[in-house]
Design a protein around this ligand. Structure first.
Ligand code: GDP
Ligand code: MN
Length: 395
């Protein structure tokens, strides 16, 4: 699950990371009030108005702007709230902005030159350990740095014993930090690592991490991704979920305990087991179609979950055919067949071909139920038969 910048900053701040003082606003009026309050607390002259969407690259897309007066904060908030913000991460349709974060501007000049750094903490699956990735080239697209000058990105593997002081010093030196700033940086990294671990995050990314004019280290931007499987034990983090940012089909599916991912092909598929679902998507591709979704109904598929799956798949106007591929292990094929028949009757006429492949326990009974149901369902027992039926349906 992705968090908004303001949510990630709240968590980081609780663990001791310095972040710019900021207030969330969902109307221009609230933004104006926020700016006034920030003026009282901060010694900065300017403000920054930042669109809160689940995508990066907002700066370049016009979703992060500096305001020089309270009136300007109001104008910027007015323009941003309600807009479709397009960045290189949103896709061409963009994302609707419903809230902005108004913050103090921490980029004012002082004794030290400002420096924008990059730092993230994530799980390295190959190493099976956490890793700190960092670079002096912050502020810009890190993917661009990675492709243009990969030698400027460093990695520090964290052993299970935890982040060690010598590692913090090594990272600080490689980032070119000195004097008191090293102290601030050590505090930042310990706090950020703490936040990462205790939130069950799979990513904490701070870009830019600013070395401010007074030498302090400030997290100007923050991105956090939380491991979905840990949400049950982190209710305060789970409460950060923003349904508006998620695909509505996926929200409906997760409410029915289905693992559903929307894709952009034309063959809807309903499968039990993630591995079988992947293989089924390969077969669809092989037959000349393209999967419209990934859907794992799980081991305990029943009439209700089969029906919910059907309903969600059918909402997609691109779907030309549906392939149901169920292996009867724990679940019996005759029960699944009955579920399909009842889903079919419940939804009314399913105007598109439905190819059902049942294999395993009571597969023959299942096929018979479908054949005798009088419905426009084509039943197959082998995957190859099913694939051929799909080919026939979509080509
Ligand atoms: P992103 O583009 O979605 O990653 O959003 P960021 O929060 O990283 O902001 C984009 C850019 O805006 C940063 O790289 C900074 O250059 C600039 N920026 C962010 N906060 C401030 C600020 O407080 N003052 C000024 N002057 N610029 C800022
Ligand atoms: Mn950023």
């Amino acid at each position: 699950m992705n968090l908004h910048e303001y949510q990630a900053k709240e968590i980081l701040c609780k663990h001791g990371v310095a972040v710019p003082y900021g207030i969330l606003a969902s109307t221009p009026n609230e933004a104006q009030e926020a700016a006034l309050k920030i003026e009282q607390v901060s010694n900065s002259k300017y403000w920054v108005v930042k669109a809160q969407i689940h995508a990066g690259g907002r700066g370049k897309g016009g979703g992060v702007k500096v305001a020089k007066s309270i009136e300007e904060v109001r104008e910027l908030a007015n323009a941003m709230i309600g807009m479709q913000l397009i960045t290189h991460q949103t896709g061409p349709e963009g994302k609707r902005v419903s809230k902005v974060l108004v913050t103090e501007d921490v980029y004012f000049k002082g004794e030290d030159p400002l420096k924008e750094l990059y730092l993230s903490i994530l799980l390295d699956r190959k190493e099976r350990k956490n890793v700190v990735v960092y670079s002096t080239e912050g502020g810009v697209d890190i993917e661009e740095v990675a492709s243009r000058s990969p030698e400027r990105i460093f990695k520090e593997i964290i052993e299970p014993i935890g982040l060690q002081d010598y590692q913090i010093r090594k990272i600080a030196f490689k980032l070119g930090l000195s004097g008191d700033t090293i102290k601030y940086f050590a505090n930042f990294l310990k706090a950020a690592y703490d936040a990462y671990l205790s939130s069950d995050a799979s990513l904490v990314e701070v870009n830019p991490l600013l070395k401010a004019a007074d030498g302090r280290i400030i997290a100007v931007d923050a991105k956090m991704v939380i491991d979905d499987n840990a949400l049950y034990r982190k209710p305060s983090v789970a409460a950060c979920r923003d349904m508006d940012e998620e695909d509505p089909y996926e929200v409906e599916a997760s409410a029915c305990n289905l693992n559903f991912i929307k894709l952009d092909g034309d063959v809807g598929c309903m499968v039990n087991g993630a591995g079988l679902a992947m293989a089924t998507m390969d077969i669809i591709k092989h037959s000349g179609g393209a999967p419209a979704n990934f859907l794992d109904v799980g081991g305990g598929a029943n009439a209700t979950s089969v029906e919910a799956g059907f309903r969600i798949i059918l909402k997609d106007p691109n779907v030309k055919a549906i392939l149901v591929n169920i292996f009867g292990g724990i679940v019996r094929c005759d029960r699944v067949a009955l579920g399909i028949v009842s889903a079919y009757k419940e939804i009314g006429s399913v105007g598109i071909p439905v190819i059902v492949r049942l294999q395993g326990t009571n597969a023959v009974d299942g096929k018979r139920i479908l054949d005798e149901s009088g419905l426009k369902v084509q039943a197959a027992i082998s995957l190859l038969d099913a694939a051929n039926l799909v080919k026939y349906a979509v080509v």
